[in-house]
Design a protein around this ligand. Structure first.
Ligand code: AMP
Length: 413
């Protein structure tokens, strides 16, 4: 079905056309009519599914013209980067209207935000902390909010924002439309749904549990003392344009970035302890090709629309299986093939099993050819009669990527 059949306002359809979108994505097909009909919507969609337009287009269609009564749409986001990205999308969708959008987040001065809020924005995209500051200072009121969107709700929970979110929701009128997006629905989010939403309809289309078919993903088992050597060697051998390296902690990300810099890679770092300016420079530099490697933590990188990544390296195995899908989803976008490598040490085994169960696939184990492995017993398990307890799933060695692939004997169910 075409966008033109979904009931969107003509000016918004023009905006969609200018964005170059031809067909609606599955979540857009389901969510747009629901939001237009005034239903509260829960979407389990993740980024990359087109969820911003899924809620953005119908909300903007219903707003009509700019009026100066105050914010009529409030969108809460867990990170500054996501807030900026979503505001840009709204601004683009609304380019053939006179609607005004603005973004509010911490880590920067108040001047510009105060001016834009004073001038009257129809749509406010915000992170919770700074939004509360504006409410306390009286630079923003929420009593005219008609549409509330709680985006990436599970990530806001992880980051400890739920009490702030509740305080914000309490300041919005009860008669409003509410949408909530979350990759997972833990009990605290369920409670929030019960409390903040009215007869919501759930859309689960976007919940992706399988990696894109265009992504080739493999695991490199190694001993913990050789993780960094293996990373450096991988980068040396791989013919890449741009690499996203994921680390578990901010400290780890800084350490890995330092190491790569010393090896003469052009590196930027993205995590939540960096200043707003540093984060913007890192992202922009990476998008423009000034940096070939971006080292990031999950929270900082979650949901960011970073296109054209040729490789993703999981320096640390993700703790949450859905993060594996998020991370490797950065490559292989828009049908371009990409490679995703996960470096695995012995203690990662339970997390790797959890990921493999989640995606219903065994991820091939690969040995880097001519790499001086100090602990070759990692690969012993592939031999008949080997003791259990080492690395899982290896049966026979095949060459892949200039290395050896220890292909699993059977696919796990
Ligand atoms: P999102 O999941 O909202 O972060 O969107 C992911 C990417 O897909 C963004 O770059 C959007 O501009 C793009 N996108 C969203 N909807 C469509 C569509 N219907 N056709 C083509 N691209 C889209």
């Amino acid at each position: 079905m075409a966008f033109s059949k979904l009931g969107l306002a003509p000016a918004i359809l023009e905006g969609v056309k200018a964005m170059g979108y031809i067909d609606p994505t599955p979540i857009q097909l389901r969510a747009i009519p629901l939001v237009l009909s005034g239903k509260d919507v829960i979407g389990s969609a993740q980024t990359g599914t087109g969820k911003t337009a899924a809620f953005g287009l119908p909300i903007l269609s219903k707003l009509g013209q700019h009026n100066s009564t105050g914010a009529r749409v409030l969108i809460l986001e867990p990170t500054r980067e996501l807030a900026a990205q979503v505001e840009t999308a709204f601004h683009d969708f609304a380019r053939f209207t006179n609607l005004k959008t603005t973004v509010v987040f911490g880590g920067v001065g108040y001047g510009k935000q105060n001016d834009e809020l004073k001038a009257g924005a129809d749509v406010v995209v915000a992170t919770p902390g700074r939004l509360l500051d504006h409410l306390e200072q009286g630079t923003l009121r929420l009593d005219k909010v008609e549409f509330l969107v709680l985006d990436e709700a599970d990530r806001m929970l992880d980051m400890g924002f739920l009490p702030d979110v509740r305080r914000i929701v309490e300041k919005c009128p009860r008669a409003r439309h509410t949408s909530l997006f979350s990759a997972t629905v833990p009990p605290q989010i369920e409670t929030l749904i019960q409390w903040a939403m009215h007869n919501p309809e759930t859309i689960e289309i976007g919940a992706r549990r399988t990696p894109a078919e265009t992504v080739k993903h493999v695991i490199y088992p190694v001993s913990d003392t050789q993780k960094t050597d293996l990373l450096l060697e991988l980068l040396k051998r791989v013919n890449y344009n741009s690499v996203l390296v994921f680390c578990r902690t901010k400290h780890g990300a800084d350490r890995v970035a330092g190491l790569l810099k010393r090896a003469n890679h052009a590196v930027a770092v993205l995590h939540s302890n960096r200043t707003q300016k540093e984060r913007e420079q890192a992202l922009q530099g990476f998008r423009e090709g000034k940096y070939e490697v971006l080292v990031a933590t999950d929270i900082a990188a979650r949901g960011l629309d970073i296109a054209d990544v040729s490789h993703v390296v999981n320096y640390d195995v993700p703790q949450h299986p859905e993060d594996y899908i998020h991370r490797i989803g950065r490559t292989g976008r828009a049908e371009a093939t990409g490679d995703a490598f996960t470096i695995m040490i012995a203690e990662d085994a339970p997390h790797v099993y959890a990921i493999e169960r989640f995606i219903s696939q065994t991820i091939p184990r690969v040995k880097l050819e001519n790499f001086n492995y100090t602990y070759t017993a990692l690969f012993e398990e592939s031999k008949p009669g080997a003791k259990p307890g080492g690395f899982p799933g290896k049966a026979r060695a095949v060459r892949v990527h200039g290395g050896y692939h220890f292909g699993p004997a059977k696919r796990r169910r």
